[in-house]
Design a binder for this molecule. Structure first.
Ligand SMILES: [Zn+2]
Length: 203
């Protein structure tokens, strides 16, 4: 199983983790599965409780997001979750493993993305060391999944449009983020032609 991360999802996850760089933040990954590849098109969040070493997404977030996707006729679904490990490194803790097992029970191919925002702050560059994506194997082992970054033009535009549609799902009382920020970051991605360093790209 492989993972393809599209820019709107990446931009929102980075932006969210930087909105509170000393506290763990979490959200859901939205996408589709396409021939053994889990494509993460978008990321959303909602009410949560977090500290420097812990985060829990409120249980109602998943239902709210599923309802939003359905009501807005967005042909994507929840393909996993993300959370930040501020300066902690990229791994799944025992609690993360339990959380991931519950996601995989709901959606067998669910993935867990972990991001360390401190690895973006200085460089403002996307690199392999910024995040990792995991799932739990049949014997309970943590498997790191290969990730590619980017997509062809059509998917890039479609995911950007959907990413703008779901921006309201970031207006949670859990933290304050100006509405314009994700728009700005996504448009920066497009303007700079998804120029990245150290990250594999494919069409
Ligand atoms: Zn964790």
């Amino acid at each position: 199983m492989r993972v393809r991360l599209l820019p709107p999802a990446m931009a929102k996850i980075i932006n969210h983790s930087l909105s509170n760089p000393k506290v763990e933040v979490a959200g859901l990954l939205i996408g589709v599965e396409d021939g053994g590849v889990v494509e993460i098109w978008d990321a959303v969040t909602g009410t949560q409780t977090g500290s420097s070493g812990f985060v829990v997404l409120s249980e109602e977030v998943m239902a709210k997001v599923a309802e939003f996707l359905h009501d807005n006729k967005i042909p994507l679904y929840i393909v996993g979750w993300y959370h930040s490990h501020p300066s902690l490194g990229l791994f799944l803790s025992p609690i993360d493993i339990r959380t991931q097992i519950t996601y995989q029970a709901l959606y067998p191919n669910a993935v867990a993305l972990v991001i360390d925002p401190s690895r973006y702050t200085g460089s403002k560059r996307i690199s392999d060391s910024l995040f990792k994506v995991f799932r739990i194997g049949a014997n309970g082992e943590v498997i790191e999944l290969p990730v590619t970054f980017g997509a062809g033009t059509r998917k890039l535009l479609e995911s950007t449009l959907i990413g703008l549609t779901t921006t309201s799902l970031f207006q949670s009382e859990a933290y304050n983020m100006p509405t314009s920020k994700p728009f700005k970051i996504i448009s920066n991605f497009l303007l700079y032609g998804l120029r990245t360093e150290g990250v594999k790209r494919d069409e």
